[in-house]
Ligand binder design. Structure first.
Ligand code: IFM
Length: 461
């Protein structure tokens, strides 16, 4: 069969996961508690079926076999994160030698199998000891994070060539401090903005430290960009779209990629008394910091319209004061997650990177489809996930089109490798190339995993 969509030989193919979602906890591993270990126990009712971090896919004990599984389907790259609270149980201070051994083993085994490790430093998982002091709300965190990042560079930087400071840095601010989905369940815009500002500064400090160490690798960040589409070209809808983009995308992309917060955002926050404290050198640090590579997690578009009703401005300030979400008639839905499927969104993001952000090197760091009750699709012992194959094909076709038009996309990582624990949704939706049987711990390759192997072998499909 001919390969209609051919990707470059050097293209990165693989999958991504994160420490807290995959490692699990083993008696005597000396891991410190993080906000997810804590909140999944203490606020257990907020988690689907009450499943805690104790029950993840056990990468900590199965990493060798899991890396073999990656090699079986010919991955040439794989992203995971380091768990801050595993490496440094109190967040600062003593290092857990068992964690060092574990991460060394993971990195060495990946490399031995020809799989490039992409290592992320922070994927939503604040050590509890630091959260007790305010987490990212407390400016002290910048120093703690910088020192944690430096420890990682020193321990693993000789072999890891692709580093990422944060995964989806908007989420802990937005879900933890504005929308009541993640611990600490605060609902306060100014506090969320403070968290985001400190996160950006921590990112800048880590990038700066990496450069100063003169290590031979690249450093970047992973963003969940949700492209915005207004309901119509009517000026009120367009304005609503611009506001959604300003608050949820440009607020982060511009300081990270252009070295500057958008003026309009600063003006609005000043007007509503929501501007976080900004110290003298903060803006200079942001201005000076540039990344080498960008990861883009893409799942869905954001459709918006002008507000139906005037809002009560005595309430809690929110970006949603300026737009309403729009349910486009006829939209194609993934009903398991209640989100729209819109493959062209990835192309639109690629074009945005090309036009607005200097066509920086980037890769699809997450894309995939979460399906509830996926066992319904098991045939002769295998999940027959044709829907996942179709989903990935459609997105890859748009990625290819963007590349043909000059976008510097370097690779594609599916979310995820083995079905994993997904925060408050726990195991509600399955995403993996491998199915995890929660009762037996057995991991079996899905049809999509077989298909992905053929794509990697041919560098296309
Ligand atoms: O599980 C998450 C991941 O941690 C971040 N991106 C989205 C995934 C699926 O919801």
């Amino acid at each position: 069969m001919t390969t209609k969509y051919k990707f470059p030989e050097s293209f990165f193919w693989g999958a991504s996961t994160s420490a807290t979602q995959s490692e699990g906890r083993v008696e005597g591993d000396n891991k410190g508690e993080n906000i997810w270990d804590y909140s999944s126990k203490e606020y257990n009712h907020r988690f689907f079926d009450g499943v805690t971090t104790e029950k993840t896919s056990l990468f900590y004990q199965d990493y060798k076999e899991d890396i073999d599984r990656m090699a079986d389907i010919h991955f040439n790259s794989f992203r995971t994160s380091i768990s801050w609270s595993r490496l440094i149980p109190d967040g600062v201070g003593e290092i857990n030698e068992q964690a060092v051994e574990f991460y060394n083993n993971v990195i060495d085994n990946l490399i031995a199998k020809g799989i490039e490790p992409f290592i992320n430093l922070y994927h939503f998982d604040m050590p509890m000891k630091l959260q007790e002091k305010g987490g990212f709300e407390n400016r002290e965190i910048i120093k703690a994070y910088k020192s944690y990042a430096e420890t990682c560079f020193e321990l693993f930087g000789d072999r890891v060539k692709y580093w990422f400071t944060f995964n989806e840095p908007m989420i802990p601010a937005e879900a933890g401090y504005l929308h009541d989905r993640h611990y600490p369940y605060v609902v306060d815009f100014k506090r969320a903005a403070t968290v985001l500002h400190h996160t950006i500064l921590a990112h800048c400090e880590a990038v700066d430290s990496y450069r100063k160490k003169g290590l031979d690798g690249k450093i970047g960040i992973i963003m969940d960009v949700i492209p915005v589409y207004p309901r119509s070209q009517n000026s009120a809808d367009v304005k609503a779209g611009n506001m959604a983009d300003l608050f949820y995308t440009r607020s982060l992309n511009e300081p990270i990629l252009l070295g500057k917060y958008p003026e309009e955002l600063i003006d609005i926050l000043k007007e509503h008394d929501q501007l976080p404290d900004v110290e003298k050198n903060d803006l200079e640090l942001i201005k000076q910091t540039a990344v080498d590579i960008l990861g883009i997690n893409y799942y869905k578009p954001r459709r918006v319209k002008a507000k139906d009703y005037e809002i009560n401005k005595n309430g809690i300030f929110s970006p949603e004061w300026f737009f309403d979400n729009y349910e486009m008639p006829g939209r194609r839905m993934n009903t398991s997650r209640g989100i729209e499927i819109y493959p062209k969104g990835i192309y639109d993001i690629a074009m945005m990177i090309k036009e607005k952000y200097g066509n920086i090197d980037w890769f699809v760091s997450e894309n995939g489809i979460g399906i509830q009750e996926e066992e319904k699709f098991i045939e002769n012992g295998q999940v027959n996930d044709e829907y996942r194959i179709d989903f990935l094909k459609e997105h890859l076709i748009w990625v290819k089109k963007a590349m043909d038009e000059g976008s510097n996309c370097l690779g594609f990582h599916m979310w995820t490798f083995v079905d994993c624990w997904s925060w408050i949704n726990a195991y509600k939706n399955r995403y993996g190339f491998y199915r995890l049987d929660l009762e037996t711990g057995e991991k079996t390759l899905k049809k999509s995993g077989e298909w992905f192997k053929t794509v990697i072998d041919k560098n296309g499909f």
